[in-house]
Design a protein around this ligand. Structure first.
Ligand code: FAD
Length: 504
């Protein structure tokens, strides 16, 4: 094993976890990352292209648990804030502001807000401590040949600083794992060797980040939540039909906020940023009381306005020498909070399949070492990679689609009565009849590890049963009479029925 060389391209969260899995299996691991080491305090990111805060949920946590690094999850979790549900912000017709909390799951189930940089740094620290891992920052993949197992990188290291010219280096590998993000160079080179189906779509929405600062508190303050201006245990949403503004908590009491907005509207605001506070007052009431207008304008002018890409491809591998994971394989829009979680799950599934195919019977060998020839391992790896592509593509396509659908849910469906009715009924069933295995789609995605495609199948079946049973129930004469009597007293029956069966 020690002479099998795994090269990981990209030291983001998914690449770092893949390197850890490979290292724990005794491989020789080299990680090449385009950017400087994010742990270097002298490096200020010029133009960040990834949101600062992320929602980490069960799939990401489970993948980290299975890495064999016992302290990893405890360490990561110690820097997270649990978000138990959405807090929907709005304004009633009489002008008063309201907040409406919708739990994500039952009991204490929560997704976890985490700082992307601290999660990534923790993974890199662990890799640094392992003797069989070498990290190369400022190395950009420029070419890869998956037949001869060679790759080329442009190194912007000390020589570059001295003479201003990047150095080209050539390396060899047994397996290259491409975790180099949505615009993956590994995927680009892999496509020349494998008949990869590929589709990408930019949705007509851009995103821009804003900062909601902590509330100043004095040293005698006893309440640990006093520094948060809004509830720390929610993902806050200001839905706006075509727009959406969200806020995710940070440990220091601040919130990282993101505006999602179609390109035509953002162009209008770019032409006249001074109109931003009025735009917020109209579409996201209450925000300017938390983030003053001038600060909104400053963030809007300073922070990049970035596109959202959704991409699907398959297969993910070539022979025994190359495979892509994470955003490189299935970048998705961020509305299910699953991009990184799904990428980490890729790593867990990839290595479980590799283990299944490459672990020979250790009992034949008195030293417990795995002995097999290079050809045998390459053959086993190629079988494993083919299986990985076959099983993972369906799930990756499924979460990609769910993420697109969830944009509609987050910015407008959360307000509809039909949505809330189904959610209420599903939650009622999951709390009172857990033995039926009833769960909301969100719970299955965020608090479980079953395949995304299975989640969709089960959830669609469950939705049909639920709505048919509900319609059958309310159309039974006894229940109908009771409802008519109830709602006649409280207002128009017609508007009640219309409310139940129409989207907002
Ligand atoms: P990346 O994080 O993109 O890392 C790729 C790495 O490869 C980078 O470090 C890059 O520098 C390097 N690289 C690129 N090209 C090369 C090259 N040629 N040579 C060498 N190195 C290279 N996901 C969640 O799970 N939860 C969330 O709440 C969530 N929120 C999001 C909010 C927003 C606004 C966005 C845009 C995304 C969000 N995501 C979320 C998705 C998440 O950010 C990505 O899925 C995740 O970062 C993917 O990790 P990765 O390691 O595959 O790729």
């Amino acid at each position: 094993m020690a002479d099998t060389k795994f090269v990981v391209v990209g030291a983001g969260p998914v690449g770092s976890l893949a390197a850890l899995y490979a290292a724990k299996r005794g491989h020789q691991v080299e990680v090449y990352e385009l950017r400087p080491d994010l742990r270097d305090p002298s490096i200020v990111p010029l133009n960040f292209t990834k949101s600062i805060n992320l929602a980490l949920s069960e799939r990401g946590l489970y993948a980290m648990k299975q890495s064999g690094e016992s302290q990893l999850v405890d360490h990561v979790m110690s820097a997270t804030i649990p978000m138990r549900g959405r807090m929907i912000h709005g304004q009633s017709p009489n002008g008063s502001l309201y907040e409406h909390s919708q739990n994500y799951g039952v009991d204490d189930q929560a997704i976890n807000a985490i700082d992307r940089g601290s999660l990534n740094s923790r993974l890199l620290d662990i890799l640094d401590s392992l003797p069989n891992v070498k990290l190369f920052f400022n190395h950009k993949l420029t070419g890869a040949d998956f037949k001869t197992n060679k790759a080329w990188f442009e190194a912007r290291d000390k020589d570059f600083a001295a003479n201003g010219r990047p150095r080209e280096i050539e390396i060899t590998f047994d397996l290259m794992i491409g975790a180099d993000g949505a615009h993956s160079a590994v995927r680009y080179h892999l496509m020349k060797f494998t008949r990869m189906d590929y589709q990408q779509e930019y949705i007509d929405t851009l995103w821009c980040e804003f900062h909601l600062p902590p509330r100043p508190v004095d040293d005698n303050e006893k309440d640990p939540n006093a520094k948060f201006r809004i509830s720390p245990n929610h993902l806050h949403i200001w839905p706006g039909k075509d727009f959406m503004f969200i806020a995710i908590p940070s440990e220091n009491g601040s919130f990282t906020c993101t505006l999602f907005i179609p390109s035509a509207e953002i162009s209008e605001l770019e032409r006249d940023p001074s109109s931003l506070p009025a735009f917020f007052d109209k579409h996201f009431p209450g925000v300017t009381a938390l983030i003053p207008g001038p600060d909104l304008i400053k963030s809007f002018e300073t922070n990049p306005h970035l596109p959202l890409i959704s991409l699907k491809c398959k297969p993910y591998h070539h022979g025994s020498s190359g495979v892509i994971v994470g955003d490189a394989a299935h970048a998705m829009v961020p509305f299910y909070g699953q991009g990184m979680n799904a990428g980490m799950e890729d790593v867990r599934i990839l290595f479980s399949i590799l283990d299944k195919h490459t672990n020979l019977d250790e009992s034949n060998n008195p030293d417990g070492e795995l002995i097999h020839s290079a050809e045998t391992s390459a053959f086993q790896r190629s079988v494993a990679l083919a299986e990985y592509s076959a099983v993972r593509a369906e799930d990756a396509y499924a979460i990609n689609n769910l993420a697109l659908q969830n944009y509609v849910e987050m910015r407008s469906s959360v307000l509809s009565r039909r949505y809330r009715l189904r959610k209420y009924l599903e939650e009622f069933m999951s709390v009172h009849f857990p033995s039926f295995g009833w769960q909301t789609k969100y719970s299955r995605v965020s608090f479980g590890n079953e395949g995304y495609a299975d989640v969709i199948r089960k959830s669609d079946r469950q939705g049909q049963i639920l709505m048919q049973s509900f319609v059958a129930l309310v159309s039974s004469p006894v229940v109908l009479t009771a409802l008519v009597l109830m709602y006649k007293r409280r207002g128009s029956l017609l508007s009640f029925v219309r409310g139940l069966f129409s989207w907002n």
